[in-house]
Design a protein around this ligand. Structure first.
Ligand code: GDP
Length: 324
């Protein structure tokens, strides 16, 4: 991938896509193509084909997806499976028809079996049952990985799938109900601080363990993968460390400066007990994470205060599409 290669980043308004664009721009890539959701509905096959035929990208980062936290995944499984299957099907096929040199597909750590041995290796894919709260999303992502592999087998393409662990950072969705745990907690603790609430409810028992990676570290890993023509077809990308949700809540509470109590709401689901990735494949390629969880939470908290809170304020759930 040269600095003047034409690179299409699908999903540039989201958490991952916006970080990939930041990374490429910082490296002086001069021909980054982005198109908004309003201009191109990626679920529309004909529209996607027309777009690819017109712009002829050489490299594609497929970071467009319908995403959400444990509650959103449980509440809208049909939306998650339908939209993700359509988006990835349209883009992967358009990459093939338009002779894209390399495509990188963003998967997720939730594709692995609920009870996979820890840390989870790439070869554990399809070795057991999935976590029911996000099964529809996971099945769609597994289909995307298998579609990339099938095209590689049959058509000789060079499509790569990366499996990021739980991500967070600027441009995330901070919705109190639909977001992932880290942005939801930043929002919830800050709202409680502003309103003066005595306690904050954290969902579940607080015992599940999660591994978190700042999205700028992920974007850097994606660039490394795209640069290296001989990577394995599937690569986990994680920080190598996990913590309990209770420990995470304490860290976020301290960063936000909330002084009330934390209460665990066990009527809410815990989801998978643990989800730590084995990232040896990607570290063997020369990439390593740089942003500690503490620094990353501070960075995300500052972004929330600067761009998000002024828009949503204390009376809003935060759901304005994840953008400032
Ligand atoms: P998951 O990794 O797919 O389960 O994604 P989430 O980020 O949605 O949830 C991770 C864990 O955090 C689960 O055990 C949730 O029950 C817990 N959790 C605690 N508070 C919250 C919250 O406010 N929002 C979300 N989404 N999860 C929370």
């Amino acid at each position: 991938m040269d600095k003047n290669s034409r690179v299409y980043v699908a999903g540039h308004q989201g958490l991952v896509g916006s970080a990939i664009v930041r990374n490429l721009a910082a490296r002086d890539y001069s021909d980054i193509v982005c198109i908004t959701q309003a201009e191109l509905d990626l679920r529309d096959k004909q529209a996607v084909e027309g777009f690819f035929a017109r712009i002829k990208p050489e490299y594609v980062f497929l970071a467009a997806a319908r995403v959400g936290g444990i509650a959103a995944n449980s509440a809208y499984p049909a939306d998650f499976i339908r939209d993700n299957l359509a988006i990835q099907h349209n883009i992967i096929d358009a990459c093939y028809k338009n002779k894209v040199r390399r495509m990188l597909f963003l998967g997720s750590s939730c594709i692995y079996p609920k009870m996979a041995p820890q840390p989870i290796k790439e070869e554990d894919l399809l070795s057991g049952w999935l976590e029911p709260t996000n099964e529809a999303y996971a099945i769609a992502k597994i289909a995307g990985i298998k579609m990339c592999q099938a095209y590689n087998r049959q058509y000789g393409t060079n499509y790569i799938s990366v499996m990021p662990t739980n991500l967070y950072g600027p441009n995330d969705n901070f919705d109190l109900n639909d977001a992932h745990v880290l942005p939801a907690l930043i929002h919830r603790f800050y709202k409680a601080r502003v309103i003066g609430e005595d306690e904050v409810k954290v969902w579940g028992s607080g015992t599940p363990r999660r591994e978190f990676l700042h999205v700028d570290d992920l974007a850097d890993a994606c660039w490394h993968v795209m640069q290296n023509p001989n990577t394995p077809e599937i690569l986990n990308i994680g920080s190598g460390k996990d913590i309990t949700i209770a420990e995470l809540a304490k860290l976020v509470k301290e960063t936000v400066g909330y002084t009330g109590e934390i209460v665990f709401d066990t009527s809410r689901p815990d989801g998978t007990p643990r989800k730590l990735l084995d990232s040896n494949r990607i570290t063997a390629l020369g990439w390593e994470p740089r942003i500690s969880l503490k620094e990353g939470i501070e960075n995300t908290w500052r972004w929330f205060l600067e761009y998000k809170w002024p828009v949503i304020g204390p009376n809003n759930n935060g759901n304005n599409g994840g953008m400032p």
